[in-house]
Design a protein around this ligand. Structure first.
Ligand code: MN
Length: 726
């Protein structure tokens, strides 16, 4: 065992075996891990890392990290072997023959995603990179090995050049920690975040460390005292428990500072965590603690009754504790703690004894992957990042200011609120008639940021002309903004109403039609029925804001047989004007006020030859010229064209036939990264002897799409690419 000469390697290896034996009992599985170590050590023999250490230290540490989330033996073996497939298939075959297919596949999976280059800065690219990483992973364990691999690389990041350090750190924060978060692997997530911050924003990182050090002795002393006190409370009630002081991660402090909080205001710096056996005891413990230490309002959260999407459960509360200091207390069972630290990883191996036939194991892994994907999709559907949603939620729940009316009533507002928000919270009319604000006896500007305990008096004047549009930018809360907006909508509506009536009168005057004759009861009924309006007011408003062409109204009375669509047809044939229409992307000849939709059967993109089809009552559907769905309806066809300046990207479907499904998807996805094309969804359609993928891609124009299609066609194994028409 010559490669064990190195004492450090030997120690790490011993550590690994010790950790493994705490939860893996099957002898043959442990033998397999030992074998993987020997195999890897031999293969990496004489290789060095940039840190100067023997290379084997890296896979050993990856395996060690994997034991902290209690990974199963196959994952640990793959962790030890993860850097061994370089280029050729023979390495894969070797691992498969020496170990098993699952382990070889895991190693191959990690090699594959390590080859991806995740660059890009916009939220959309970052989100799509995350999605690609997940989408290409057939086994969730690959992602967990990737997280462990990255964690050890981050721990030794000092060894690489500064520029590369920053890039790795940013990539980790953008792509990997959100995945760790969604998988609920708190232990890996928080160390990855702290390490990333240390390299990505070293100034901030070290200033936080320094602030923490300065206050450490005092904090420790307070926390110890509080632990003793809480422990006594629970002992008196006979609740078996364990309590730990908890230090906030540096990254979480950074996020709070970044949101504008002062270091001295981050009160949950004093934090402890109570562990109990049973769920009921969580609530009992909470009650007993609240009975002695007054809880802070609005800070209690019950994640037991309502677990987070990543399965996290705990009770959170903040209390006025010893020396009137604020303490954040988390209460959870040991099982909840396991899930909080290890997330999805806590659900395998040791809990699945007795189900270790290969088929059932594969089945459970697939279920996990399914679960895992559903977590990722959750985030795509509402098109907003989970993190963002959480931050918003936290803004609402945590960052409130409490201010007083002159009568002493408390009003809670989001942190960042101004007197305008206050006024609209009191009453819409107070807001609309506000002319100034007095805080604590002093006149303040309207963009003044309210603070806790401010006493706010709003000056109103009944002759006030109402809010100014500028207030929309000053107000902080959505509530106030909505109220200001609706005030202006009402004003605008009155304006439109007046304009509309005048426009109609003028047009009738030109046509020498008497206004009263035109608007006879009979005619009015006809017009309202035809346009599905409820009264003349609606008619005038729509005329006034140009949603309804005057001609349409007049034609209803004087061309009785024409339907709305017929009128459009007529208008289209005597065209002179070309006006950009809806969203300005598609121009309909001669018509400026009609709904335009892109047909979902053939999904045209800018640059495609297109044709408009006048639907029954749903505006114009734009199809590709070649779309068979529009063939037989010539009288409903209308000229449309793409605008020169397109504002959006458009989705379209591709059907890709391939002779194999090995790695093809990866190669296809890789082609998107250099072409300003994003993949919206992938559907694999495998039949017995052929493979096909349906890809929905979002593209800027036909040229880019055609280049992408050519790129795909050039991939070996690809038989054909076609655009889908349904
Ligand atoms: Mn590695």
């Amino acid at each position: 065992m010559s490669y064990l000469e190195n004492i450090k390697v030997f120690e790490e290896y011993e550590k690994l075996l010790n950790k493994v034996s705490t939860y893996i009992t099957n002898e043959s599985e442990i033998e397999m891990i030992k074998k993987a170590y020997e195999y890897s050590a031999k293969a990496h023999y004489s290789e060095k890392r940039l840190t100067g250490e023997d290379y084997i230290i890296h896979p050993l540490n990856v395996a060690l990290i994997l034991t902290t989330v209690r990974a199963d033996y196959e994952t640990i073996c793959a962790g030890l072997l993860h850097d061994l497939i370089e280029t050729n298939d023979s390495e894969y075959e070797d691992i498969k023959n020496n170990f098993n297919e699952t382990i070889a596949d895991l190693v191959k999976g990690i090699t594959r995603i390590n080859k991806l280059n995740f660059e890009g800065d916009t939220q959309a690219i970052i989100a799509s990179n995350r999605k690609i990483l997940v989408g290409l992973t057939e086994d969730v364990r690959v992602i967990i090995i990737k997280l462990a691999d990255r964690l050890h690389n981050m721990r030794t990041l000092w060894a690489i050049p500064e520029k590369a350090q920053k890039e790795k750190a940013k990539e980790t924060l953008d792509i990997l920690t959100p995945i760790a978060h969604r998988l609920g692997i708190g232990s890996l997530k928080s160390e990855l975040e702290d390490l990333s911050l240390r390299y990505y924003k070293p100034d901030i990182y070290f200033s936080i460390v320094e602030m923490l050090n300065k206050t450490k002795a005092e904090r420790d002393c307070n926390v110890d005292e509080m632990i003793k006190s809480v422990s006594e409370i629970l002992n008196n009630k006979g609740i078996k428990h364990k309590i730990k002081g908890r230090s906030k991660s540096i990254y979480s402090i950074y996020k709070k500072l970044d949101k504008g909080k002062k270091f001295s205001d981050i009160y949950d710096l004093l934090a402890l965590r109570v562990y109990v056996d049973e769920v009921e005891e969580c609530y009992q413990a909470l009650g007993y603690i609240h009975a002695i230490y007054k809880p802070m309002p609005k800070r209690f959260k019950d994640y037991i009754a309502m677990p987070k999407a990543n399965m996290y459960q705990s009770l959170h509360t903040t209390v006025f504790g010893v020396h009137s200091e604020l303490f954040e207390i988390q209460i959870r069972t040991y099982e909840m703690d396991e899930i909080a630290e290890n997330g999805i990883a806590s659900h395998w191996s040791y809990k699945e004894k007795g189900s270790n036939t290969k088929a059932s194991l594969k089945n459970t892994m697939e279920q996990k992957l399914q679960f895992f994907k559903s977590i990722m999709e959750l985030n795509d559907k509402d098109a907003s990042d989970d993190e963002v949603v959480n931050t918003l939620k936290e803004d609402v729940l945590n960052s409130s200011v409490y201010v007083f009316t002159p009568n002493g009533d408390v009003i809670e507002l989001a942190n960042g609120s101004t007197p305008i928000d206050f006024a609209y919270r009191v009453h819409t009319n107070v807001g609309n008639k506000m002319v100034g604000a007095i805080v604590n006896g002093n006149i303040v500007p309207l963009d003044y940021k309210l603070k806790d305990n401010d006493i706010v008096k709003i000056n109103t004047n009944n002759n006030s002309k109402g809010p100014s549009k500028e207030w929309m930018n000053i107000a902080y809360t959505t509530q106030a903004k909505n109220k200001i907006r609706s005030y202006f909508n009402k004003i605008d509506k009155q304006e439109y109403l007046k304009n509309g009536e005048e426009l109609l009168k003028e047009e009738l005057r030109k046509k020498k039609i008497a206004f009263n004759e035109f608007l006879s009861t009979e005619n009015v009924n006809k017009i309202l029925t035809e346009l599905k309006y409820k009264d003349l007011e609606e008619l005038y408003t729509n005329l006034g804001n140009n949603k309804l062409p005057l001609g349409t109204v007049i034609n209803i009375i004087y061309n009785e047989n024409d339907t709305k669509e017929d009128l459009i047809l007529k208008k289209a044939t005597n065209n002179e004007v070309v006006l950009p229409t809806i969203k300005n992307d598609i121009i309909v000849r001669g018509i400026d006020q009609i709904k335009v939709n892109v047909a979902s059967c053939c999904k045209p993109v800018p640059g495609d030859s297109i044709v408009g089809y006048i639907t029954k009552g749903n505006g114009i559907a734009v199809h590709r010229m070649s779309c068979p769905n529009v063939k037989d309806v010539e009288e409903r066809i209308i000229d449309v064209e793409w605008n020169n300046e397109i504002s959006k990207k458009y989705p379209t479907s591709l059907l890709i036939h391939s002779s194999t499904n090995k790695d093809v998807l990866l190669k296809i996805i890789t082609k998107t990264s250099n072409s300003n094309i994003t993949v919206q969804s992938i559907n694999t359609l495998n039949s017995n002897d052929s493979f096909a993928f349906e890809l929905v891609v979002v593209v800027p124009d036909l040229e880019k799409l055609n280049k992408f299609i050519t790129d795909i066609n050039n991939i070996p194994d690809i038989i054909d690419v076609e655009r889908v028409i349904k």
